[in-house]
Design a protein around this ligand. Sequence first.
Ligand code: HEC
Ligand code: HEC
Length: 254
Amino acid sequence: MLWWLPLFFLQAPQMPDLPNVEKNPLSAASDIAYGKKLFAGRCAGCHGPLGDGGKGANLGVPKLQRAADDRSLYRVIRYGLAETEMPGTSLTQKEVWQVAAYVRTLGQLPREKALGDEANGKTLVRGKGGCLQCHSLGTEGGQLGPPLADVGARRSAAHLRAKLVSPGDNVPDDYRMVDLATSGGKKIKGIRLNEDSYTIQVRDAANKFYSFEKKDLTELKVEKRTMMPSYRTRLRPNELDDVVAYLSGLRGEQ
Ligand code: HEC
Ligand code: HEC
């Protein structure tokens, strides 16, 4: 089974940086164990210790959207994903394969089973939870927070629950809360959609979109807080279970 090993090491120095192989050549148990260590140090900060999301994507899914085959998985880990927070890495080629081997095992871990009544969760999201005030589901709802239509494919049940009970623990770089005042005396609180050296684009709680030139602002505070409220006490424990079960089932098809 390990017939290729000597071959690999013989060829390693001449290999181009995007290896021309279809399958991960380093996925023995020892590679996976080493990949796990690398993952804990380099990736878990964003992807969570079990890869089930956080700031990064949920890697604990049977099929990774951006990395369905080993070659694309290598490419994503080595070079990152442009225009996202997923960075490239300085790991060696060998280490990239080892961490990739570990990432593949994450899709095979048993996921937290979302216990709860999906139908009631659906009602809560639209009613008592008031979630659509800020989130969209298909064509319904607001745009202050990220769309929820595919959130179950992107996030694990554990991450969804954490976001509901302590949303401030894990705030992404986009959707940051902004406090600003214009020289005309207007005060706005909202989320930052975009920012460059001269301008900033913001959406407020009434879903109104604004674009400002920074020179026209007398105050601009971008905070590491989220506008997402905590539902720790707003929903009863069984209602939280129901909402998590409903969100977990949202896979983008509606
Ligand atoms: C600074 C945060 C951060 C770090 C560190 C990070 N990632 Fe990511 N990663 C992300 C984000 C954010 C995404 C989702 C990008 C998107 O699609 O919007 C992502 C996406 C991915 C994907 C694609 C997921 C898919 O669904 O196709 C893989 C695979 C991945 N990361 C693996 C890793 C590995 C392995 C490491 C460590 C070597 C790592 N990441 C380090 C933030 C990070
Ligand atoms: C006042 C506006 C507001 C309300 C109400 C609100 N959210 Fe949020 N939510 C946000 C914002 C803004 C973010 C993005 C920033 C963050 O992740 O903290 C967010 C993030 C999330 C995320 C993480 C999404 C991701 O892609 O990781 C989930 C899940 C979520 N909300 C679900 C809900 C549910 C379910 C409800 C109702 C029970 C709800 N939210 C109510 C504003 C809101």
